[in-house]
Design a protein around this ligand. Structure first.
Ligand code: IMP
Ligand code: MG
Length: 178
């Protein structure tokens, strides 16, 4: 299986640090809660929260998406955080990649109906698709070309999440492997 390096570890670490500064400066935030979307954002989330100073609580949700075809998002099941008590005024939703935007749109809606005054979103990667996503993120780490990528939380059939960098899974190989 061919993996082509797209974003090396030091660039990811540097960008996560600068994103944390952007988030804090742009919004002059008070205390905030963070919602990490599993599984994909587990590494992005754990690195980003350690660079944010005013985190009150960290929550997790596990949305499950069933992929549609290349153009339409599949069905999405929401498995949200069990309890959101003693909320901060703001919640920051973290996902690893913005593709169709279906996941982030759903997460934002869920957090709005949970009663947060302000719901912000940050993604490590935003795919430059021909069809724009249904929602934009407030903070984006890297814009990437429309390729299937793995590593740093992103998987292909549950593989490659642990890789310390973002890699393009070469499409011929991906098809061959199915
Ligand atoms: P959405 O289409 O924006 O809702 O993205 C849904 C989910 O699809 C993401 O959170 C990822 O889990 C997955 N996904 C989208 N693009 C890729 C990719 O290039 N590699 C691995 N997973 C992806
Ligand atoms: Mg995801």
């Amino acid at each position: 299986m061919a993996l082509r390096n797209l974003i090396p570890k030091p660039a990811i670490q540097a960008r996560i640090k600068s994103m944390a500064r952007e988030i804090e400066q742009a919004l002059a935030l008070g205390e905030l809660d963070v919602l990490i979307l599993l599984k994909g954002a587990f590494l992005f989330g754990s690195d980003l929260v350690r660079n944010l100073e005013k985190v009150q609580s960290v929550h997790f949700a596990q949305p499950k998406s069933y992929r549609g075809d290349a153009k339409t998002a599949g069905q999405l099941e929401w498995h949200g955080p069990q309890s959101l008590e003693n909320k901060a005024p703001t919640i920051l939703i973290l996902d690893e990649i913005l593709d169709t935007g279906a996941t982030l749109a759903r997460a934002k809606k869920e957090m709005q109906s949970s009663g947060f005054d302000r719901v912000l979103t940050a993604v490590l990667l935003r795919k430059n698709r021909s069809e724009p996503p249904v929602i934009e993120a407030d903070f984006v780490g890297f814009e990437i070309p429309d390729h299937f990528v793995v590593g740093f939380g992103l998987d292909y059939g549950e593989k490659f999440r642990h890789l310390d960098g973002i890699f393009i899974l070469e499409p011929e190989e991906a098809l061959h492997d199915r």
